[in-house]
Design a protein around this ligand. Structure first.
Ligand SMILES: [Fe+2]
Length: 320
């Protein structure tokens, strides 16, 4: 947890009282606190409301803009109904009165943490449901891609974990995998489900879907990293992909996982224009694409997975 109070004496007292219950980082400088919260994640924040030059309410807004599910508890020595309402409206989990009741403090803060977690879980369920609905909207346009979004999501999880990605990147991948083809909503049906090969003009229409997806998701707050993956999902490691020809480390790490997982699923299943590929064909494709189409180290991790678990990668829903 992160404790911020511009009165160093009170700050020391609070930190001492909480050190047995929480992993406490504390500072009397609200700007330093803002920098600290940028560099690492805190689940619980305790801020004094009246601080100079950055009041607790401002710090609360900065904190929630970065981590909407964080528990932020404010403390005030000058209670008023207006201030309490303002703090709770801004997203504070609780408001404590000073002088603090030190005996109750750990219990009160544990309760705030639980409250924020419950709120985050509800939001998470809602977000997942919206992702699922949008995925279905895309798949309704092209029934041969039915199940593709969910399979790619599960695949991204497995590949991301095998590649050592942390929870934040895995969460980005969850959203990006579910939403990567959302831009296909803007591509004409006749082109999208045309059997056989496309004319160059038709292919140009298809190639617009990553940027269309990026624009469709623009109004949704908190999706910057997800949108970046969406726009990157047809790029290639060697810079010969589309829409921007980004290469190597210019492509985000979760974006590289999505590129690879998306291609694997497209090859392993039949589409309107092709039959499902065999395992040797797929393995050959990824070996050839190592360092040209795909991130070489990621390809190595992936080929290891293919060797151990090919069938479950083809139908990852079985693994749930
Ligand atoms: Fe796509």
């Amino acid at each position: 947890m992160l404790v911020v109070d511009d009165d160093p004496a009170i700050l020391e007292l609070i930190a001492a009282r909480l050190q047995d219950d929480f992993d406490v980082v504390h500072t009397s400088d609200p700007f330093a606190a803002s920098d600290l919260a940028r560099g690492r994640r805190f689940d619980l924040h305790l801020y004094d409301l009246s601080m100079e030059p950055l009041p607790g309410l401002e710090l609360l807004l900065l904190t929630l803009a970065r981590a909407a599910d964080a528990a932020v508890v404010l403390m005030t020595g000058e209670p008023s109904i207006e201030r309490a309402v303002e703090a709770l409206r801004a997203g504070a989990t609780d408001l404590l009165l000073k002088p603090l009741r030190f005996d109750d403090l750990p219990t009160t803060l544990h309760r705030a943490l639980q409250k924020a977690r419950a709120r985050g879980a509800t939001q998470g369920v809602r977000v997942a449901a919206v992702h699922e609905a949008l995925t279905r909207a895309v798949e309704a346009k092209d029934p041969t891609t039915s199940g593709h979004g969910e399979r790619v999501r599960l695949l991204c999880r497995r590949v991301g974990e095998a590649f050592g990605l942390g929870p934040a990147d895995l969460e980005i991948l969850d959203g990006a995998a579910a939403l990567h083809d959302i831009g296909k909503i803007g591509v004409p049906d006749a082109v999208l489900s045309k059997p056989g090969s496309l004319t160059p003009a038709e292919f140009d229409l298809i190639k617009k879907h990553p940027e269309l997806g990026f624009r469709i998701l623009e109004p949704v707050p908190g999706l910057d990293a997800v949108r970046r993956c969406v726009v990157e999902h047809h790029e290639r490691w060697d810079g010969r992909g589309y829409p921007y020809g980004r290469r190597g480390s210019e492509i985000s790490v979760p974006g590289r996982v999505l590129i690879l997982a998306e291609v694997f699923d497209a090859l392993a299943h039949a589409r309107s224009y092709k039959a499902a590929w065999t395992r040797p064909q797929i393995e050959g494709f990824f070996r050839d694409g190592r360092g040209s189409h795909f991130d070489p180290e990621l390809t190595d991790a992936f080929l290891g997975l293919v060797e151990r678990d090919f069938e479950q990668l083809v139908q990852p829903e079985v693994a749930r």
